[in-house]
Design a protein around this ligand. Structure first.
Ligand SMILES: Nc1ncnc2c1ncn2[C@@H]1O[C@H](COP(=O)(O)OP(=O)(O)OP(=O)(O)O)[C@@H](O)[C@H]1O
Ligand SMILES: Cc1cn([C@H]2C[C@H](O)[C@@H](COP(=O)(O)O)O2)c(=O)[nH]c1=O
Length: 225
């Protein structure tokens, strides 16, 4: 039986708690016999990882940020995402294009109409139907107030160029995600990330179980974090 590929992205402001759960989800899909590609943006290919290092480390203007993000995305789509989907695999991607709209658009103030043009340019011509705009089948949005994320990150690690931004930047980014979710409610699933890890994992499981993509967990109390 040939399986249909599944493309899921995970979004949220820095520190929202995505990374803690994505690999547990990969395990859950693998336990169902699915091949899983666990990947991320910026990054996901050797070339795009080099662009990631520039994006996270070097000062640049918002247009340069957006161009680097989309250049890496094109390579990622061509080299990794489309081939995996064509093989019927599950692609779990830590951030995708919504991050560019949230960070470069809402956060930096870059024109979102121009971002939409770049999105069309980069995300068409790679899927089997050349006119299809490749988007995730589902985007899981970890929604967390900027203040809570900042508090979590203050205990976590040395901040990169984005994590070092002030609270107001992350308030704008969070609003950017809320706007993207409101514009595409059928693609987005909102998770209330301001909960203990176990509860967040349960919310996440419910999203995938509700779509029939994972079987219902017995008792529904697995701690995936
Ligand atoms: N539900 C939670 N409650 C409290 N702390 C949490 C929770 N989830 C994650 N954390 C902690 O918050 C910090 C950020 O978590 P994590 O790295 O998973 O976030 P992230 O969304 O992947 O961030 P980034 O996108 O910046 O990599 C870590 O120190 C993690 O241990
Ligand atoms: C895809 C993408 C990401 N960013 C920002 C968002 C984060 O601050 C970093 C990535 O770090 P993470 O720890 O891997 O989440 O990059 C962005 O500004 N624009 C983008 O398109």
């Amino acid at each position: 039986m040939s399986l249909t590929g599944l493309f899921v992205s995970f979004e949220g402001i820095d520190g929202a708690g995505k990374s803690s759960h994505i690999s547990a989800l990969a395990d859950a899909f693998a336990a169902q016999g699915r091949q899983v590609v666990l990947t991320r943006e910026p990054g996901g290919t050797p070339l795009a990882e080099k662009l990631r290092a520039l994006l996270l480390g070097d000062a640049m203007d918002p247009l340069t940020e957006a161009l680097l993000a989309f250049a890496g995305r094109r390579d990622h789509l061509v080299q990794v995402i489309e081939p995996a989907l064509a093989r019927g695999e599950v692609v779990l991607c830590d951030r995708f294009t919504d991050a560019t709209f949230a960070y470069q658009g809402a956060g930096r103030g870059f024109d979102t109409a121009q971002l939409a043009q770049l999105e069309r340019l980069v995300q068409t011509g790679v899927a089997p139907d050349p006119l299809q705009l490749r988007e995730p089948d589902l985007t899981v949005w970890f929604d967390l107030p900027a203040e809570v994320a900042a508090e979590r990150l203050s205990h976590a690690r040395l901040p990169d160029r984005f994590e070092a931004q002030p609270l107001d930047f992350f308030r704008r980014v969070a609003q950017g995600y809320a706007d993207r979710a409101a514009a595409a409610p059928q693609r987005f699933a909102r998770i209330d990330a301001n909960h203990p890890r176990t509860l967040v994992w349960q919310e996440l499981q419910a999203v995938f179980e509700g779509r029939g993509w994972l079987p219902c967990a017995p008792g529904g109390d697995k701690d995936g974090a």
